[in-house]
Design a protein around this ligand. Structure first.
Ligand code: ADP
Ligand code: ZN
Ligand code: ZN
Length: 683
């Protein structure tokens, strides 16, 4: 079969009649019959004419379906090129999986059924307009700015910078109203599936006359297909979803909103490792549409562009309804007496004034949120007699002690075993947890605050279906005094009764090897703090306590003043000095194999190949190193950093390099996987 544009690119087929680009159809591939997309019709007089006799004929076309819009094809083409994937692979991977299983008649039947159903539940075109609040001054200014941008032939993206409760969502709603009234569709992205129902409810309440569909991995295959069809057929006015929704086909798209644009969940971590935030900006550029990026703590990439006036930065300076941010108080853990020398001496859990603040909340019937970004009971079990630790036999990581389920569980490969009675190496019965996670913190809180009603929210506590929802409902109903959890509790939920937030030990992020760790910590603490003080009346006595060994750290100084700008300025200066993004552009070449030497050899061969490419002088290829968790599920992982001051030159090198890597891979049998990660989150 002739292969036209390289690996994973388009294949040529013979059709009896011309099909528009973007048409879906079935095609034979080897002995199978698969879903295909018409990418383009062969150009007249192409210099590489195709030998028609060698072509296989197409199967049935999905005639009842409009072709994917040209802008959609352009987005997929860009994403494939930028993230170094085959265009066919990328395009097919972002279509609803159910589509792959259907032939043309089956899809036509589905479509007819859906159209009938949509007609039966007609959108209420005459629905009374719901109440909308009069805009605050800042919001009105933001909206005016939005309209001004929208009127431009090539609108610049807008950064809506405001803390939780400053009224960003209301601005999204008004912007959406404006484009919907103009007959266009709106696409709204949120970082996490947990956050979709709340936002969905607000959009649905505001636009009773419009059809809204969700797009995320929690839908059934049938729902995903029907929502996708609603988008493509123009039946849906609003699409709200997680990162995958950036690829929703929308023929009348008029606005893209990216809420919490800084959130790492927007980066896909496997397959095509795309950033939905960055693709949203590109899509806006491509379709000449306004894009609103909202955040209290924008990514430094976005912030820098706003400072350079490439993005329009619009601040929302005040909390709606007079709420203010809680007063941030740092407790210097260094002033506490050290626990008596022994390794198992109980460390001080809560500093005295922190404990006092917790007691005050209890006495007043207010809620507290205690935050620790590590789940489980303790990160590791330890034998004091022989030094054994609960390592994972398959990973270079500790297995976490989960006390309630009596297990040692690896958070990387999932390997889980019952906690041994004694030390597996020496039989000592006195094995003890080291460090603490949220489960232990919950226990410590119960001991420190007898009688308090405590609820824990983290990935373990929210595992069962509906468990998260029911816990959140308890919190809202006032049946909980203290909420303890990981970053999961800091996101999005509107807890009106919280007047105290405690970060018990956030310091580790200050010195982590991950260069984005401080940025994340600042965002997390701002977000956690944003849970308090939303109620104007309680705002005056709201506080956030941070227990730290480094009270002088500039991050905490900026946090105390709620000054994201100051924090961003200091971080950007550090990044510039270190030559890190956004002052440089990165890609990681990752390789995985059972034998680390093999993965290493592949990367070394790859480095040699890169050095021989034209344009190699503009790019630095660093020596391969083990990944931060070097072994997961028995597979060793190594990686190699590639860096350039110029995004374009990095891209050019990657494009030339990629085909060579496919060849090299074939020469390194036994390699489990390899991948290029462009703009990686962590290095
Ligand atoms: P954010 O998205 O920045 O967290 P929201 O838009 O959710 O902020 O606003 C916070 C709260 O204030 C919400 O309950 C919202 O309904 C309310 N709100 C927003 N704008 C206004 C306004 N102009 N007048 C009155 N209430 C408002
Ligand atoms: Zn032992
Ligand atoms: Zn493991």
């Amino acid at each position: 079969m002739p292969q036209h544009s390289g690996l994973g690119g388009a294949l040529d087929y013979l059709g009896e009649r011309p099909l528009a680009a973007g048409s879906l159809l079935r095609v034979p591939l080897g002995r199978r019959d698969v879903l295909g997309i018409v990418w383009q019709r062969p150009a007249e007089g192409a210099e590489d004419p195709v030998d028609e006799a060698a072509l296989r004929p197409i199967g049935a076309a999905f005639d009842g379906l409009p072709p994917l819009p040209p802008a959609w094809l352009a987005l997929a083409e860009f994403a494939a090129a930028y993230y170094q994937r085959g265009v066919g692979e990328l395009a097919l991977s972002v279509l609803p999986p159910e589509l792959r299983k259907l032939d043309a008649p089956a899809l036509a039947k589905r479509q007819a059924r859906l159209i009938k159903r949509w007609a039966r539940e007609p959108k209420d075109a005459f629905a009374a307009s719901p109440e909308r609040p009069a805009l605050a001054t800042d919001q009105a200014a933001a909206l005016a700015e939005f309209e001004a941008l929208r009127a431009q032939p090539q609108p610049a993206p807008m950064l809506l910078h405001g803390v939780t409760g400053s009224g960003k969502t209301e601005v999204y709603l008004r912007a959406a109203e404006s484009v919907l009234d103009a007959g266009r569709q709106a696409l709204v992205l949120v970082p996490e599936i947990n956050l979709t129902p709340q936002l969905e409810a607000r959009f649905a309440a505001r636009f009773p006359g419009r059809r809204l569909v969700a797009m995320h991995s929690g839908l059934t295959p049938a729902q995903r297909l029907s929502h996708w069809l609603a988008a493509l057929l123009g039946e849906a006015d609003i699409v709200l979803g997680t990162r995958m929704a950036v690829f929703a086909p929308l023929p009348r798209l008029g606005l893209i909103v990216v809420d919490e644009e800084h959130d790492p969940s927007y980066k896909q971590q496997e397959g095509a490792r795309y950033s939905a935030r960055d693709l949203a900006v590109y899509r806006g550029h491509l379709e000449r549409l306004p894009v609103i990026l909202g955040s209290a703590t924008p990514s430094l990439e976005t912030w820098q562009r706003a400072q350079q006036a490439r993005y329009r930065c619009v601040p929302l300076a005040q909390r709606i309804g007079g709420g203010v941010l809680p007063r941030v108080r740092l407790f210097d853990m260094g002033v506490l007496p050290r626990p008596s020398g022994a390794i198992d001496a109980a460390p001080i859990v809560f500093a005295p004034p922190v404990l006092q603040s917790l007691h005050e909340r209890l006495a007043r019937g207010e809620q507290s949120l205690v935050f620790l970004n590590r789940r489980g009971y303790a990160p590791v079990l330890h034998c004091g007699a022989c030094g054994w630790k609960s390592g994972c036999p398959h990973c270079s990581a500790w297995r976490v002690f989960h006390k309630r389920e009596r297990t040692l569980r690896c958070h990387h490969c999932g390997f889980s075993e019952r906690v041994p009675r004694g030390c597996p190496d020496c039989g000592n019965l006195d094995i003890a947890p080291l460090g603490r996670g949220t489960e232990k913190l919950e226990e410590q809180l119960a001991a420190a605050l007898p009688g308090a009603r405590i609820a824990r929210i983290d990935a373990d506590a929210a595992r069962g279906k509906g468990q998260l929802e029911s816990r959140l409902a308890e919190v809202h109903a006032g049946e909980v005094d203290v909420l303890v959890g990981t970053q999961m509790v800091t996101k999005g939920h509107d807890f009106r009764r919280i007047t105290l937030v405690v970060a018990v030990s956030p310091d580790s992020a200050l010195f982590a090897s991950d260069f984005r760790a401080p940025e994340r910590l600042f965002a997390l603490l701002m977000q956690a703090g944003g849970r308090a003080g939303r109620d104007a009346e309680a705002a005056a006595r709201s506080e956030m306590w941070v227990q730290t060994w480094h009270p002088q750290h500039p991050l905490y100084a900026a946090l105390k003043k709620h000054d994201f700008g100051a924090f961003a300025t200091s971080q950007l200066a550090e990044r510039q000095a270190a030559g890190l993004p956004p002052y440089s552009h990165l890609a990681l070449l990752r390789a995985e194999a059972r034998d680390p030497a093999l993965a290493m050899a592949f990367l070394q061969a790859a480095a040699a190949a890169a050095a021989a490419l034209p344009g190699a002088d503009a790019v630095t290829v660093y020596p391969p190193v083990p990944a931060s968790i070097a072994k997961v599920a028995g597979i060793e992982r190594v990686q190699m950093l590639v860096e350039s001051a110029s995004r374009a030159r990095l891209q050019r090198l990657l494009a030339d390099w990629s085909p060579l890597l496919h060849t090299l891979r074939a020469a390194h049998k036994g390699l489990a996987r390899w991948a290029i990660d462009v703009d990686p989150l962590a290095i």
